[in-house]
Design a protein around this ligand. Sequence first.
Ligand code: ADP
Ligand code: MG
Length: 364
Amino acid sequence: MATIKALEGHTVNQIQSGQVIVDLCSVVKELVENSLDAGATSIEVRFKNNGLDFIEVQDNGSGIVGDNYETIALKHYTSKLSSYDDLSSLQTFGFRGEALSSLCALSKFHVTTARADEAPKGTRLDFELSGKLKTTQVVASQKGTTVAVEDLFMSLPVRRRELEKNIKREYGKVLAILQAYACISTQARISVSNVVAKAKKAVVFATKPNQTTRENIATVFGTKALPALIAMNLSFELQLTTPRRPASISENKQVRVLGHVSRPIFGEGRQAPDRQMFFVNSRPCGLPQVAKIFNEVYKSYTVSQSPFIFANILLDSNAYDVNVSPDKRTILLHDQTSLLESIRVSLTALFEKQDQTVPRSQKS
Ligand code: ADP
Ligand code: MG
């Protein structure tokens, strides 16, 4: 039998990095979240060749202090979380300090950053694959941080080939994620551009700062979408179990679901874009069970199409866990069954209040 040995550091680093940065979406998600965490009011996301050659995220946020240059790309170094208990009161998207280190291990990667008191001078930081700071160089820079990622997955040949093969589909998924951040981020302007082959710079969309989510939806999806959408403001109380040591406690907590959803009128929803976005306390995430309820309720009114959904579930920070998957896209809701039931009841009540043009007898 083969002897058991510890993997060498470089191998462990590659394996772990590939779990945090699983695809093009993870890159963009992690970088945009870092910019939002840095308090940016302007975020520019630039792609070359759909992201295959180059991805860059530039923000006007806080910038990085010189003392942190050495550690930002080291695994598990974060300025955001200091103990496991802090996780339940987390106000930031990031908390594990794995994104920059993973990008370092998987691509040609560099950072340019300037604090308010340093601009228009900034510092370009280059790293070794391990995340160790290699060189610093003074460059011209506005306040904020720019992270550039070239040749993603160059160190994982199988993943790189997959990316090349599926780049159009991957880029489509990236746009969907960026649309979600752009619509929910009312405090920030988010602009997206993509240069493909020899084409001119192509702006995909650009929101403005200090707009409502409805205005952001109009900017991203077009103003034609608006008449087909109704505002949603569901509110209910839920017995939530808070897992606390030594014993869990059950308390009644207010839950709200804010957003916009297709009007449940036959035919009308057609003008709505075919997009469904879910958030928990404004954090974009995949919530397949919640999506299922929305679609079921909607389809009991309008069978022929699927609704546009933009739903932000506001709930107690103890009632869910974001630390489920390395890419943080899955969120575990502790009392999911009762939450889903309450959403079903209150969404049905919202739809019942709308004018129906289809007689009840024709509804399935
Ligand atoms: P995390 O976000 O979990 O802390 P990251 O690897 O994404 O881990 O980032 C490491 C650290 O680098 C952050 O904690 C933050 O201090 C700094 N940082 C990363 N991106 C930015 C940015 N755009 N602006 C300012 N600081 C940043
Ligand atoms: Mg981060």
